[in-house]
Design a binder for this molecule. Sequence first.
Ligand SMILES: NC(=O)c1ccc[n+]([C@@H]2O[C@H](COP(=O)([O-])OP(=O)(O)OC[C@H]3O[C@@H](n4cnc5c(N)ncnc54)[C@H](OP(=O)(O)O)[C@@H]3O)[C@@H](O)[C@H]2O)c1
Length: 323
Amino acid sequence: MKAMIHRRYGPPEVLQPAELPDPVVGPADVLVRVVATSVTTADWRLRAFDVPPIFWLPGRLVLGIFGPRNPLLGRDFAGEVVEVGPQVKGFRPGDCVFGSSAGGSNAEYVSLPESSAITHMPKGLTFDEAAAVPFGALSALVFLRDFAKLRRSQRVLIVGASGGVGCYAVQFARLMGADVTGVCSKRNADRVRALGATDIIDYENVNWAMVTTRYDLILDAIGHFTFASSRRLLAPRGIFLPLNFGLKEMVQSMMNGVRAGQRVVVGMSGEQKADLDYIADLLTSKELIPVIDRVYPLSDLVSAHRHVETRHRLGAVVVRVAS
Ligand SMILES: NC(=O)c1ccc[n+]([C@@H]2O[C@H](COP(=O)([O-])OP(=O)(O)OC[C@H]3O[C@@H](n4cnc5c(N)ncnc54)[C@H](OP(=O)(O)O)[C@@H]3O)[C@@H](O)[C@H]2O)c1
């Protein structure tokens, strides 16, 4: 099958076209012809091996010491089922599906177990729209619901509210009944407001010393705040949730048990099928809206990576694999 792969860690240019063997379809697997996939921050970090120092050694041991063990990047996919294993009950050839493929998705086909994060595409959604959702929405859901345990009427500050995760974090926080302030640029303010933010802080013009609101949760997708710099803006029992973290934040989060008051919470998002089903329901009812920044062809995956790496996008960067 046609794919874009990387054989070494490095800049976007390490991505090259390649022919890979078609995936093997196990007895409980679903084979999908991919129509659209995406590039996320996780993809460029894996490609560049951009990890905090504390994760360097474990990261290399897991991902590959001298180069990536799995050369295929991408997780999000949307496409059409072409084959199913004999034990598969919930899918059949011709079904339109979307989800997250742990083995990579920047290729013509993905094969994944029926029990993993794959579900039917809501009616009316395009393949591009479906591919724009899983990474951002699953991450946002897990961070807000499971790590922050966000409750109705709480005040949330989302830093990077217009980004790949932020666009969905704003929507989920609103769905959970929170009062959402989005930190984004003036250019994206209207879009972020339309997604559910009641207040906007323009990060290019804010004087944080003048902000008097105290937030129950600060979700920082950009790395703007440290725990120390966030504390003045946190409510007495507020949570600082940095999406990217290192040793310092891990130690700070371990101190939560012995320190009353403001806390640091860190964690890795997961990809559960039940969560994807829930997200599909929200897409069907239009309570959740896919946000697409740009669409690139698979052959130009290098440009898609370059763009994501600028950290100036509005929502997901989609990659079209087939028509
Ligand atoms: N721990 C985990 O399991 C986990 C899971 C998922 C993601 N993550 C991490 O979480 C982060 C999520 O990033 P993302 O993909 O959502 O980011 P992103 O898409 O790269 O964010 C870009 C957006 O942020 C805005 N922005 C840039 N600088 C800003 C600033 N100083 N303040 C506020 N907004 C700013 C940009 O707006 P303008 O273009 O207008 O500047 C753009 O819309 C990544 O670093 C990823 O690695 C961690």
